[in-house]
Structure formats: C-alpha cells, structure tokens
Design a protein around this ligand. Structure first.
Ligand code: FAD
Length: 322
C-alpha cells in the first residue's frame, strides 16, 4: 500500500500516527445497491426521508471557488469536512451535475470561504437561487485562487485525489493556505439557514433543566420590525425566550430593550390573574420561542432545580425594574 501513497503525503508522521494505510482500496469498487429501510413513522419517498434525515446534521455554509481561465466560478456547498491535520487535508462533495465538478481535477486549486452569519444572500447567489437584490461578491486572490471577501474563514487547497461518490464526486484537497477572523458562522440545518446564539445572559444563567423544556415545549414565532408581540392589559398566557433580535418593553415612564437569550413576559405567565404589565414591540426582525403557562408549570413541577432557577431570574427582574 505504501507505493500507492501520493508524493504530497510523503512526510514523516512515524511518531504521530499508527492508523492503517487506506488510500485507494476502499474506493475501487462501487457498493451494491441496497434498498434503504426507513424508520418507524417515516413513509413516502425514501429519497426524501433520507435527505431529511441527513438535514438533521447541522453544518456551516461555504462558497467553493476556482478559476476557469480568467473567470471565477463559485458555488455554495455545505458538504465540506476536515480530514487530517498532518498533512492538512479537507474533503468536498460535489453533485455530478454541478459545473464546479467539471472544473476540478487532480492538481487544480479550489478556495473555501466559510460564510458569516449574515451572508445568506451570498449563499443564495452561489446556489443559483433567484431573488431580488442578492449581494455582489468580490474576490481576493491568494495562491492564484479566488476567495470571497468578508467570509469568516478561508482555505486554499489543491486537489490531490478525487473519488466516486454516487451522484456526487469527492475531492480531497491538500490545504496550502488557511486563516480565520472573528465572528459567528452561518449554519444550515433541516434545509434552512440558522444562526448560533453565543452565551446570552439567560442561556448562561439558566441550567439545562429549565432551558431544555423551554426550547422543547416552545413554539417558534417570528415578528417584523415594529410588530406588537405583547400588549399591555391582555392576558399573559405565555412567556417568550428571545432567540434573535431585540424587543422593546414600554409602559408609562419605563422603556427598556431586551435581546437574544432573554425572557419576556415571565412574571405574568406565573400570575394568571394579572394582565400584561407592558407593551412589547419587535425591534428589527425578531425570532423567539413562546411557552404556554401549562407547559411551563409542568416542566417546573417536574424539576425543582428548574423552578429555583426561574425564581432567580424573577428576583433579578424585580431588582432591575424596582
Ligand atoms: P452554477 O449553478 O452555474 O453557479 C452557481 C451560482 O453561482 C449561479 O447563480 C452563478 O451565477 C453564481 N456564480 C458563479 N460564479 C460567480 C461569480 N464569479 N460571481 C458571481 N456569481 C457567480 N451542491 C453540491 O454539489 N454540494 C454541496 O455540498 C452543496 N451544498 C449546498 C448547501 C446549501 C446551503 C445550498 C443552498 C446549496 C448547496 N448545493 C450543494 C447546491 C449548489 O450550490 C447548487 O446546485 C449550485 O448551483 C451548483 O453550482 P454550479 O457549479 O453548477 O454552477
């Protein structure tokens, strides 16, 4: 097997790695076609169920780029993975119908631009999606390879092997250049874009015993800028955990904003006789999880430590607003 090792891997790793040699052999023959068995409750087209199952694996989003003569070609891809640190290797999986696949072969370089949370428009552009006013991309050339400016991380790799991957082709790239900046990544999960929420105050304050039921029992809601989320005086039948954006809380003589990871309406929801004490309005686009009183109360009854944590939050709210 040593003879089949390409020269770019001829570095001394004798001290570090004792894994078996594996290049080539497992890719020589295509596996047999076997029927895909679906789990209980999954019916219909197996291909759709398979795709949805794979969609449960959350990924980042990249734009792959390469040069085609003087032109730059890019495409959006989430089938990107790290393979090895020594030597530095990454793998991409490209649909055999994609133009990108025809441009890559052993020896060509490709760029990987890891998109930042706000770059959904660039992702749509390079996925060939049609929408009004998609942003234009600008490119920086490094190692003769275009990279999308403004991305969170960049890699340049040279294709050292390509493999059969069913209706996709796999390209193993040896990384020649890598860098990253500050920021949050764009995520892709269940066929849609998602974002990370990092260490917001309630997320770090509440134990998982309380957070988990809120996230599991809650119903996701979205609001546009200026929408009324809660109105003063109305019955407070649920509380909300803000996942994205800010909300403005207004009552006579009092205005404040709460942001990602904060609770809103948590006092009234535990006090059935009282109406809402303030208007709550969306500031920009807001995503939140709403939890009904019944769901919250049963989660608190089930776990006393969750109830204690909520009391802590309520106490801090009273201190804030007193
Ligand atoms: P095209 O469809 O011709 O080009 C893609 C788009 O990029 C076109 O709109 C084109 O106008 C634009 N574009 C190309 N170059 C430039 C440039 N220089 N400047 C401006 N615009 C340019 N497919 C896979 O095979 N593997 C994956 O891992 C994968 N992951 C995906 C993840 C997500 C989140 C999404 C939304 C799509 C993913 N796709 C993936 C689908 C893939 O992005 C599309 O099928 C894409 O259209 C394939 O590109 P193509 O090479 O065939 O080129």
């Amino acid at each position: 097997m040593e003879a089949s090792k390409p020269p770019e891997f001829a570095i001394d790793v004798s001290d570090a790695i004792s894994a078996p040699e594996a290049f080539g052999a497992s890719f020589d023959a295509a596996p047999l076609r076997e029927a895909l068995e679906l789990g209980e409750g999954l019916e219909g087209d197996p291909a759709v169920a398979f795709r949805r199952t794979l969609g449960m694996f959350a990924t980042g989003v990249t734009v792959l780029t390469t040069r085609a003569g003087e032109q730059v070609h890019g495409m959006t891809a989430n089938a990107f993975m790290s393979v090895s640190l020594l030597p530095p290797l990454v793998l991409i999986s490209i649909d055999r119908r994609a133009k990108m696949g025809a441009l890559l072969h052993e020896g060509t370089r490709f760029g990987v631009s890891v998109l930042e949370a706000k770059q959904t428009g660039l992702s749509d552009r390079f996925a060939g999606r049609v929408a009004d006013e998609l942003p234009e991309a600008t490119f920086e050339i490094i190692h003769e390879t275009p990279l999308v400016e403004g991305a969170l991380a960049h890699l340049v790799a040279r294709v050292v092997r390509s493999y059969w991957g069913g209706d996709h082709s796999l390209f193993l790239g040896q990384v020649e250049f890598a860098r990253y900046g500050e920021g949050r990544p764009l995520l892709f999960h269940g066929g849609r874009y998602e974002r990370l929420i990092e260490d917001p105050s309630v997320f770090s304050l509440l134990p998982r015993e309380l957070l988990d039921p809120i996230l599991a029992l809650g119903e996701k809601r979205e609001y546009a800028d200026g929408d009324v989320i809660m109105r003063r005086g109305e019955a407070g039948a649920d509380l909300m955990l803000v996942l994205e954006g800010n909300v403005r809380i207004e009552r006579p003589g009092f205005v404040m904003e709460r942001g990602e990871g904060e609770l809103v309406g948590e006092i009234e929801v535990l006090n059935p006789g009282e109406g809402r004490t303030a208007d709550v309005l969306a500031v920009g686009h807001v995503r939140c999880v709403a939890v009904s009183r019944d769901a919250l109360v049963s989660a608190l009854e089930a776990d006393p430590s969750a109830a204690l944590a909520l009391i802590e939050v309520l106490a801090s709210r009273f201190r804030e607003t007193a």
